[in-house]
Design a binder for this molecule. Sequence first.
Ligand SMILES: Nc1ncnc2c1ncn2[C@@H]1O[C@H](C[S@+](CC[C@H]([NH3+])C(=O)[O-])CC(=O)[O-])[C@@H](O)[C@H]1O
Ligand SMILES: O=C(O)C(=O)Cc1ccccc1
Length: 252
Amino acid sequence: MASKQSVPPEQLTDRLFATERNPEDFRFDASVARVFPDMIRRSVPGYTTIIPMIEVITEQYVQPGSNCYDLGCSLGASTLAMRHGIPHSDCTLVGVDNSSAMIERCEHYVALDDNDLPVQLRCEDILTTELSKASVTTLNYTLQFVPPEQRLPLLTRIANATLPGGVLILSEKIRFESDAEQDIQTRLHHEFKRANGYSDLEISQKRAAIEKVLIPETLATHKARLQDAGFDQVLVWYQCFNFVSMLAIKNP
Ligand SMILES: Nc1ncnc2c1ncn2[C@@H]1O[C@H](C[S@+](CC[C@H]([NH3+])C(=O)[O-])CC(=O)[O-])[C@@H](O)[C@H]1O
Ligand SMILES: O=C(O)C(=O)Cc1ccccc1
């Protein structure tokens, strides 16, 4: 773990898709990790609202002596929001990501954050990382990168590890059953990116790069699967265009 004196990683503007490049699948490598705060803020409508709300939701559902997990933590934005929402010193907060470039930089951000709750960072696959006694688990735009056939087993493992009264915060890019709505929401998402300074070339090259690795599903699919996995109540607490966040609750 990095010391409190560590220097913050430099924050760069995302220009990864600004010049013509060979089509290649998107990966969370060092070049993405370096620009990630800028990339996600300018690419995901509502991201800057969802992060502080994760603190509010965590505060509502965290239980003393429990574990809290941020699965696919990247640079720890959602991890730190959870950390600020946990008032109990006997909780364990765990951030998991299988990108070493992300976890290395995440260690710096955690060290710089002004809060004493220890954070355990694991460079591991969320499909196999150990989970137990969970009160609050977050999958903030991570499940969408897990191969669809592995999503139910993962959510079932999370539900089984969740204490009565515990929750899963699940944020996802979604697709729509109606082609007409899909077209409108996609256009609005692209307009959001344009308004944030991305060019048409950047938008189309990024779209091609994520096509095979980020697989969106409908809200109905998400809701039914969360119930199948073992959650009792599922609700949408946020939506902006084709980006939603759900709360899946296990009855007390
Ligand atoms: N199987 C896996 N195991 C571990 N990590 C994974 C796996 N698949 C993907 N990841 C990791 O999930 C993260 C997804 S980003 C999350 C943002 C963060 N939650 C935030 O609130 O800032 C979302 C986005 O970029 O749209 C990346 O860091 C991947 O390495
Ligand atoms: O950029 C996009 O079009 C997205 O759908 C969101 C996103 C954000 C960060 C990495 C990959 C996808």
